[in-house]
Write a protein that binds this ligand. Sequence first.
Ligand code: BDR
Ligand code: CA
Length: 310
Amino acid sequence: PVPMIIDTDPGVDDAFAIVLALCSPEVDVRAVVATYGNVGREQTFTNLRRILALAGRSDVPAAAGSIRPLVHPQAETAPDWHGVDGLGLRGDEFPEPGPADPRQGVDLMADVLLTAAEPVTLVCLGPFTDAALLLATRPDLVPRLGRIVAMGGSFGAGNTRGAGEFNVYADPEAAHRVLTQHDVPVTLVPLDLTMAARVDGAWLDDLALAGPRTEVLVRTARLYRDTFVERHGHDSVALHDTLAVLEAVVPGSLRTSPFPLAVACSQGAERGVTVIDRRTEAGGPPVAVALDADVAAVTAEVGRRIRALG
Ligand code: BDR
Ligand code: CA
């Protein structure tokens, strides 16, 4: 199995995505790092350890990552979608959190990279701060990364107070670093695709039937689903992060096109917007952007894998 590190801000869809990775035999999840994001870092770290406990995988090292963005003074949060506890106000239905690895998140990532015999896949499901710090502080370890797969960005409408997508808007400078760095192939799964690949109530109800643990997972999505109905007028939810994990565990699950990307890092209305940057002198290496997929097949596969949780 391919060694994998996940950086995440659980988060309702993060919870589904982490379980998806743990249920996928193609990968060996060696570490999970909790960043600030949907809620504050203290809460995401507790949630991460609750999710690992639910999956019976408290053996996976879980460490605390960044508390705030690189430059912006304040961390952006999304409690209206994920609840103030980040798990749809259902966090207390999960088992007690498992152990906290004492290492700082970036140090845990570095240790995994140092000891892995094969190239490691890094999956980013929250703001890009931890990944940017890893690239900035341990460039010696970058060759050990086989691939970075991230959920983030948007080429149409955003989903934050600004015009951007949440994970990029939360720390545009960090996202810029990760999306324009050299040497490691990066796949980006933007909002355009994750919104097109929403699952409906029947999908969730069916997943809940797989067993008591999937039932807990599906209950966390209730508030999220209500917010979707209220904001978008349809009874379906975008489990954004699951698509990035599926692409990371089964490369080629999504259809990608190569684009040189940049991130707007100004303080104006465009802050956090991902742009295709064709200036020859400015463009970094192209990012594989997933804008298309067989949506029915992909959502069915996500459900099929998570069902193994029981
Ligand atoms: C992203 O932002 C978070 O709210 C979700 O967990 C996902 O990672 C979607 O824009
Ligand atoms: Ca997330």
